[in-house]
Write a new protein. Structure first.
Length: 390
């Protein structure tokens, strides 16, 4: 089932916590803040140029603990597999995984496997996703509102058609856990290795899982940040709930993960969105907004943003993307202080954090917030280097 691309509401929106207004417009990828840094003079600066250049060692600055040669060396090495994929088709204006879907490395098999039980094949896909290394996997129907209205031709940053093969019906959403100890060192170039490692992991995982589906005779388009907004798909697939820090908070890893996706014609059964109680917690918590060094995160209730880099006509918490990315650019690395300090940034395999989660998602959420008041402090990058690797 698909929806008209400008449809203000869709099935399961309420359960997914998605509020779409009549002003809704699909997002053009040219307006995302990273793409604007190449064409919009109100975003582009010597700092943004330096930020992108720092992913090559000869342009990586040195600024003390967390920003030494080995910090940048680890961060840049962690991005390597993702970079190999995204750069392999650059001369055609397609930065795969970012400004274009990842191209099929294998064809759709001529012989199509018979599938008579969508629930069974969904369970199998989740098992194969875990086999390839995904930490979370869930399925939702294709909802065209969240596909980009256009993608970007990176040769001149112009709009380009954002096409998917015919017959796509479902989106498989995958979650990739970021390293807890590295996230504790944000902000630092070292912490950026937690981001880069998961982009490299997700590139391999979506390519392999998509190849498996194509080998069964069905379309499968491997996707990272390209082609559509992953957050609404993750919410509709029931992986978590949207939060003030603009992240999906999951009961598995809190906000400490990245998402990728596969668009497919495989006849899958969908997962249902779940209301967890995260929004109610965010209503009494402002730790992320308080900790943001440039005050880019909102206080108060969700709102309909008019910012260029935000999807139009969706009531939600929205950051000031220019302020946020301006901070990244000045540091020459990504920031996720708002992930680090979030009370949900915990290891939920441990019993004490499982109990805390139950409390946080109950009417006793203020007690849970109080219990969290001494957590979330930054770990010095030098301390990370000094301790034994897990
Ligand atoms: S990533 Fe950093 S700068 Fe951006 S909103 Fe979060 S804390 Fe603020
Ligand atoms: S820090 Fe608090 S307000 Fe921010 S996302 Fe986490 S729980 Fe919500």
């Amino acid at each position: 089932m698909t929806y008209r691309s400008n449809h203000p509401s869709g099935p399961n929106d309420t359960d997914a916590g998605i509020i779409v207004t009549d002003e809704f417009e699909r997002f053009s990828q040219r307006n995302d803040i990273f793409t604007r840094a190449f064409w919009d003079d109100t975003v582009r600066s010597k700092h943004t140029d330096g930020f992108f250049a720092s992913y090559r060692m000869e342009a990586a600055p040195r600024r003390g603990d967390g920003f030494t040669q080995r910090d940048f060396a680890l961060r840049n090495a962690s991005w390597l597999i993702s970079d190999l994929v995204s750069n392999r088709d650059a001369e055609t204006g397609k930065r795969e995984g970012f400004q274009a879907p990842i191209a099929n490395d294998t064809p759709v098999a001529a012989e199509r496997a018979a599938i008579d039980d969508p629930a069974k094949i969904s369970a199998e896909i989740k098992r194969i996703a875990a086999f390839f290394g995904a930490d979370l996997c869930a399925v939702t129907e294709l909802d065209e509102r969240w596909l980009y209205a256009s993608r970007v031709d990176t040769r001149d940053m112009s709009d380009a058609p954002n096409d998917l093969p015919a017959g796509i019906t479902h989106v498989i959403v995958l979650g990739h856990q970021m390293d807890e100890d590295l996230v504790a060192t944000y902000p630092s170039a070292l912490a950026g290795a937690a981001t880069g490692r998961e982009y490299s992991h997700e590139a391999a995982i979506v390519m392999q899982l998509a190849a498996y589906i194509r080998n069964l005779g069905y379309e499968a388009v491997a996707s990272m940040n390209d082609t559509g907004l992953v957050i609404p798909y993750a919410l509709k697939a029931g992986l978590g709930e949207y939060a003030r820090n603009q992240m999906v908070i999951t009961p598995d890893f809190g906000p400490r993960l990245r998402f990728s996706k596969i668009f497919t014609s495989l006849p899958l059964s969908s997962d249902a969105p779940k209301k967890l109680g995260v929004a109610e917690f965010c209503n009494v918590c402002t730790k992320c907004a308080d900790a943001c060094p440039v005050k880019a995160l909102p206080y108060g209730a969700p709102d309909v943003s008019t910012q260029t880099s935000s999807v139009k006509g969706v009531r939600k918490w929205t950051s000031d993307a220019k302020k946020c990315f301006g901070f990244w650019a000045k540091m020459s690395t990504d920031c996720a202080i708002c992930m680090r300090v979030c009370p949900f940034n915990r290891d939920f395999t441990k019993w004490q954090h499982k109990i805390w989660l139950k409390l946080a998602l109950s009417p006793l959420r203020k007690v849970a917030l109080w219990l969290d008041k001494h957590r979330g402090a930054r770990v010095k990058p030098a301390e990370w280097w000094a301790k034994d690797m897990k």
